[in-house]
Design a protein around this ligand. Structure first.
Ligand SMILES: C[S@@+](CC[C@H](N)C(=O)[O-])C[C@H]1O[C@@H](n2cnc3c(N)ncnc32)[C@H](O)[C@@H]1O
Length: 506
């Protein structure tokens, strides 16, 4: 069939699509665009001229918008897509936002309980929104505490989302136990459990339109807008980023897809890098909560993702790799053929609480290796365990002076300060550690213990409650390094017992 339009008609169609939906079609996708234009012209009374005249009105007919969205959007999605990001959400972001909302509700003496609000912008057929609801429940959030809104411009996709019934292909990345817990088999399909569906609602929304009631100021804790910006025009991306920024609560988080980037778009987000993935946090002056509440990380004076972040990331990874090496011999008189490096041997001994031997291993390292951030951190941990507090503080100071100012170093400093009777110094360092890394359970636990000992039961309840939440998602390697020989279960039991003793129920 001959195309009932010419190239200038197609240019007008492309411009109308960009203006109404914010979608961008580069030259490489011109054939795809032309095919859709042709189909829509044929379906429309009056051919290309009448159809274009309709599209070029300021307000589009609902039916035309639906047809455009159905034909031009890419709705590829599945449950538990990009698992690294979802782990960061489960283990770092969600515990922090739950704690922040709980602390706000507590301060405001709210009767209704805390509520964490999440937006899945460009949710397609709903898999992302339901995955987030499942994760929240798996993380222990009670019903109603975390609510998720999924929005999309494609009404047909939203109908499928609301139905909550999916093929096995949509669940291709869903772990079998999660599938068993939260889905019911219906013929060859899988239906999302009603208790999960109750946490999620879907709305037809156009990200390219102002939609003021969708973007109410500071209304979301976390926004997922993954694999959406890559389809939008630069102007639409700028507008959407600005809306997301103002709709995020101070300290709130934004997850984009791997192909999307905020680079040069907003100075008001800082890049976070945990769990092998990147995401963003809204950084504003108001984001710094009151002392003692869960505060987001202090905005770093160093460029996000710069040399400093890289050093910390590398050293953490190296420690993890070393600790995953096969166990080495228990004592460490000197290098043996086939044994690990002195640092690996030291880590293995640390795991067995053989602190003196572990320190001896580190002493064998040549000077230039001994001052590497990962070695200094392990040394500071061992010295703290050995009660050599002055030497431990010196190792922490060296770490910080070398630019590796980490939550771990501040937590160790807090233990050292407490050890020499400086309670104020201990509290300060714990708070800095918790602010630098809101997912770090140990400084919260320590703050709780300090508060209980001083008789401040309210603070003890708050801190121990947060520690309990964080412990559930705490990184196993970090527990091994900083847990003082306690397992996660033992720390959790300790935390619960202290919480009960402070008058808090759990
Ligand atoms: C590839 S899917 C992403 C689904 C999900 N976020 C994920 O990462 O798996 C992109 C979605 O963005 C939606 N979208 C594109 N332009 C939009 C707009 N202007 N307003 C709302 N949604 C839009 C599409 O309809 C589509 O469902």
């Amino acid at each position: 069939m001959t195309a009932p339009f010419d190239s200038s008609d197609l240019a007008r169609f492309r411009a109308a699509v960009a203006s109404h939906l914010g979608l961008q079609f580069e030259d490489a996708r011109s054939n795809e665009l032309a095919a859709v234009f042709e189909r829509l012209c044929v379906a429309s009374d009056g051919g290309a001229a009448a159809y274009l005249a309709r599209l070029e009105r300021a307000r589009l007919r609902r039916r035309d918008l639906h047809a455009l969205a159905r034909q031009l959007t890419v709705g590829e999605t599945y449950f538990f897509r990009n698992p690294d990001q979802l782990r960061a959400f489960a283990e770092a972001v969600l515990p922090e936002r739950r704690a922040a909302r709980a602390s706000q509700a507590h301060h405001a003496s709210q009767m209704s309980g805390p509520c964490v609000r999440i937006l899945s912008a460009g949710c397609a057929s709903g898999e992302e929104a339901y995955s987030l609801a499942i994760i929240a429940r798996e993380c222990g959030a009670p019903r109603g505490e975390v609510t998720i809104t999924g929005v999309d411009v494609n009404a047909a996709a939203l109908e499928r989302a609301a139905e909550g019934r999916y093929s096995a292909w949509s669940l291709r990345e869903t772990p079998a136990d999660v599938r068993r817990r939260w889905f019911r088999e219906v013929g060859r399909d899988y239906a999302v459990a009603p208790s999960i569906r109750a946490e999620v609602r879907f709305e037809e929304r156009n990200l390219a339109a102002p939609e003021p009631d969708l973007w109410l100021s500071e209304s979301y804790d976390v926004i997922f807008c993954r694999n959406v910006l890559m389809y939008l025009t630069p102007e639409t991306v700028r507008a959407v980023v600005a809306r997301m920024k103002q709709a995020l609560a101070p300290g709130g988080y934004l997850f984009l897809g791997h192909a999307d980037s905020l680079r040069e778009l907003s100075q008001e987000f800082s890049l976070r890098n945990t769990h092998g993935t990147f995401y963003y946090q809204r950084t504003t002056a108001e984001a710094c909560g009151p002392a003692g509440s869960i505060a987001p990380p202090r905005p770093s004076s160093r460029p996000p993702g710069g040399e400093w972040a890289e050093t910390v990331r590398r050293s953490t990874e190296r420690i993890r790799e070393l600790s995953e090496q096969p166990a080495v011999r228990p004592s460490c008189p000197g290098p043996e053929p086939g044994s690990g490096s002195p640092l690996a041997e030291s880590m293995a001994l640390l795991a067995r609480e053989r602190f003196a031997g572990a320190l001896e291993c580190l002493d064998r390292l040549p000077e230039h290796e001994a001052s590497a951030p990962d070695v200094l951190l392990v040394r500071a941990i061992l010295l703290t365990h050995q009660g050599q507090l002055e030497a431990a503080e010196r190792a922490c100071s060296k770490l910080r002076a070398g630019g590796a100012d980490s939550a771990g170093a501040h937590y160790l400093l807090a233990l050292c300060r407490e050890g020499v009777g400086d309670r104020t110094g201990a509290l300060e360092n714990d708070r800095v550690a918790a602010a630098l890394d809101p997912g770090f359970a140990m400084p919260r636990l320590h703050l709780g213990l300090l508060a209980r000992r001083s008789g401040d039961l309210r603070a003890a309840q708050r801190e121990l409650g947060q520690a309990l939440d964080l412990l559930a998602g705490e990184d196993a390697e970090r527990i091994r390094l900083f847990g003082g020989g306690f397992t996660r279960e033992a720390l959790t039991r300790l935390c619960r017992a202290e919480l009960r003793a402070a008058g808090g129920a759990r």
